[in-house]
Design a protein around this ligand. Sequence first.
Ligand code: KG4
Ligand code: ZN
Length: 335
Amino acid sequence: MKDIYILAIETSCDETSVAIVKNGHECMALTILSQMDIHASFGGVVPEIASRLHTENITMVLDETLKKANMDFNDIDAFAVTNAPGLLGSLLVGLECAKTLSFIYNKPLITVNHLAGHIYANNLANNLNFPLLALIVSGGHTELIIMEGDYKFKKLGETLDDAIGESYDKVARVLDMPYPGGPNVEKLALKGKPSYELNLPMKNDSYNFSFSGLKSNVINLVHNEIQRGNKIKKEDLACSFQTIAIKEITNKVDLALKNYSEIKNMLIAGGVSANKYLRSEIEKVTNKYNVNLSMPKFIYCTDNAAMIGAAAYPLYLNKKFSSLDISVKSHESLV
Ligand code: KG4
Ligand code: ZN
C-alpha cells in the first residue's frame, strides 16, 4: 500500500503546531511554537492574544515543518486539524488554514477532536491494542475511557470540577511559580516530603475525580500559615499536593482495572502524563494487574500537531472526511 502523509495543524490553545505524520505512526517533522512566555506574564492563557499570535505565526510554522521534512504541499495526502474542544478564536485560525490548503490542493480535510489527539499520541511510539483503558490528564480534562477499537469510546468517569492540570497550575500560582505550573510543581515536589496533611478528594467507589477541594485545601493552608506569620515549606507542600492528586488518579485506575479484568492494555495521555511521579505510580498499578502500559514520548504529551496527524490516520482509512462548511466547537466530548 502507498504511504500516506498527513499534514496536521493544532492551534486549540497556546501552541501553534504543525506536523507531517506518515501512516499514522511516524512523525516526519514537528514544529511547536509555544506562546507560553507571553501568557506567563498574565498568569494564564489570554484567548484574544492567543488567536492573534496563531494568525501571525501559522504560515511560518507551516513552512518550517515542510522544510524539515524536505517535502512540499503536493506530497501531502490529507490535511488534518483540531476543530474541538478549545478556545474558539484559536481553533478558527487552524481550521481556516486547513480548509484553505484542502481547497487549493484538492485533498481531504480531516477534523480531529483534541482529546482523541492526546490518546493517539500513543500510536507514535506503540500500537494501540484494544480493548484498552485510557487515562486523559490535561489542563482542561481528566477522564477515564474504555476503547474497544479505533474511535470506539466509552466514558467510565471524569472530573466533577477542576481538571488535574488546572489544579497543578493553581497550586503553582499560590506557591509563586509561573504558568504553566505543572512542571514547576513537579520539580519542587522532588525536593520535598509529603509532610502536610491534605484530604483525599473522592473516597467513594465511582470512577469520577475531584480536584477543586484539594486545590482549596492547599490555598487555605497557605493563607492560614501566612496570617499566623509561619513560613511555608514550599517543597513539602508541593510534594504533599502531588502525592494526594496522583493518589486520586491511581485509586480510580486501580478500581477500573480491578472491575474490568478483561482489559490488559492501558495508556496515559495529555499534558500531565509528562509527570514522572504519575508515570511511576500508574506503572505500579498496571504491574499489579499485569496490564501493558503505553506512555507517549515526553514531546507528544503536551499539545502538539503530531498527535493530531496520528489521530487523523484511522479517519483517513475510513474516509471520514469533513466538508468545508464545518466549524469549531469550544466543547465536544469523545463519547
Ligand atoms: O495537554 P496540555 O498540553 O493542554 C491541554 O489540553 O490542556 O496540558 C497542559 C497541562 C497544564 O495544566 C500543565 O501544567 C500540565 O499539563 N503539565 C504538567 C506537567 N507538564 C504539563 N502537570 C504536571 N506535571 C508535569 N510534568
Ligand atoms: Zn491538550
